[in-house]
Design a protein around this ligand. Structure first.
Ligand code: NAD
Ligand code: MG
Length: 395
């Protein structure tokens, strides 16, 4: 019998968080939820506490934590409620925890995700922004502390599955020629530049194949998501940028491919359902049930591919530029993108202003080297400030 593994779920109320709990609930004999965390979603996390009885529940927001504490007490539940970033770091590092699912959205995930790696946990990484902002630093922390890093992002999980089972981190010795990172193209794949001007947040969040949080949905619509994923792949697999090619595959059946020097191309296919990569990582190296239905290849019938259009989707070009420049630029790109997405979602600017804002911020911040987490956070703050200033100049 395998020992029960204890999990901390960072961002349990989000799309990845809920999918993770769905998989965990199917394997109650193998996993035990130790801590759940959220920003402000009191009602959702309360229901999760009722169902999974974690030892800890952490809210980033102090008032939400007080509200949750009252509700739990009234319901007779003894989950301990904590709040603030330090508490997120604490539950990511608890001695008794084996697995940390890093599923907070955006730069807010970096500190608790790093805390999990520093504590040598098995880190299941959905929070791609951590790798975009602090790629080398994060990978070094993982190695120094013998943490395990398992990719949850569907493309990276597919690449991981298409690499040799015990991939040692060297693509060349593994015989890899190139990585083909698939992208759906998002809801505006066929839209003209003019049509993109008037896109609404509701349209941008209506992804054709995946149900996800709002930020990543907008990232998919601008194709920044694919740009962030190129940077993520660069660090996860120690891949030279020129080895990573983005391929538009609108049906999202192939989740990515690896081409080897003998001409073989290995792909991972499946229905677009995040429970597959989540179950793969949770069970690794064994396979386990995820609740995902069988792929109907007769219904799918064909697989189509296109090259991305960097003219209509400049965010992808900006991400390639940030990766080429290195240093602080990926963190600058990421932070400017977060401000841009939020500004678009709150009606402060047009969809097409997203790449304009990011490009301005990247052009005005001087490139510097990044050695420490403080350097990363400084680049993040400078870019947020630059983005806000740009926005104010537009009105
Ligand atoms: P989401 O918006 O649905 O959920 C985000 C979670 O993070 C929530 O639990 C929220 O309470 C918490 N949170 C938000 N802001 C926070 C803050 N400042 N501090 C602490 N917690 C905070 O997001 P999601 O779609 O589940 O995405 C989570 C991460 O996974 C992102 O990095 C995303 O890029 C990545 N990802 C998501 C999917 C997907 O299918 N949803 C696929 C691949 C990768
Ligand atoms: Mg993805």
């Amino acid at each position: 019998m395998t020992a029960v593994r204890k999990i901390t779920l960072l961002g349990s109320t989000g799309s990845i968080g809920e999918n993770t709990l769905d998989v965990v609930a199917r394997h109650a004999d193998r996993f035990q939820v130790c801590a759940l965390t959220a920003n402000k979603s009191v009602e959702k996390i309360f229901l999760q506490c009722q169902r999974f009885h974690p030892q800890y529940a952490v809210m980033l927001d102090h008032e939400s934590a007080a509200a949750l504490e009252d509700k739990l007490k009234a319901a007779g539940l003894d989950t301990q409620v904590l709040s603030g970033v330090e508490s997120l770091e604490k539950v990511a590092s608890l001695l008794e925890v084996d697995i940390v699912m890093a599923a907070i959205v955006g730069a807010a995930g970096i500190r608790p995700t790093i805390a999990a790696a520093r504590s040598g946990k098995s880190v299941m990484l959905a929070n791609k922004e951590t790798l975009v902002m602090a790629g080398r630093i994060f990978i070094d922390i993982v190695k120094q502390n013998q943490a395990t890093l398992l990719p949850i992002d569907s493309e990276h999980n597919a690449i991981y599955q298409s690499l040799p089972k015990y991939f040692d981190g060297n693509l060349t010795t593994a015989g890899v020629r190139r990585i083909l990172l698939t992208a759906s193209g998002g809801p505006f794949r066929r839209s003209s530049k003019d049509e993109l001007e008037n896109v609404t947040p509701e349209q941008a969040c209506a992804h054709p194949n995946w149900v996800m949080g709002k930020k990543i949905s907008v990232d998919s619509a601008t194709m920044m998501n694919n740009g962030l994923e190129v940077i993520e792949a660069r660090w996860l697999f120690d891949a030279a940028p020129e080895m990573i090619e983005v391929v538009i595959h609108p049906r999202s059946v192939i989740h990515s491919m690896v081409e080897y020097i003998d001409g073989s191309v290995l792909a991972q296919l499946g229905n677009p359902d995040m429970r597959t990569p989540i179950a793969h990582a949770l069970g690794f190296p064994d396979r386990m049930e995820s609740g995902v239905k069988s792929l109907n290849i007769f219904e799918i019938a064909r697989l189509d591919f296109e090259a991305p259009d960097l003219n209509r989707f400049p965010c992808l070009r900006l991400a390639y530029q940030a990766l080429a420049k290195g240093g602080n630029m990926p963190a600058v790109l990421n932070a400017a993108n977060e401000v841009a997405v939020e500004s678009f979602l709150t009606g402060k600017m047009a969809f097409t202003a997203i790449p304009a804002m990011i490009e301005h911020v990247m052009d005005t911040i001087s490139p510097t080297e990044i050695d420490t987490l403080d350097d990363v956070l400084a680049a993040d703050s400078a870019a947020r400030l630059g983005a806000q200033e740009w926005l104010q100049c537009q009105v």
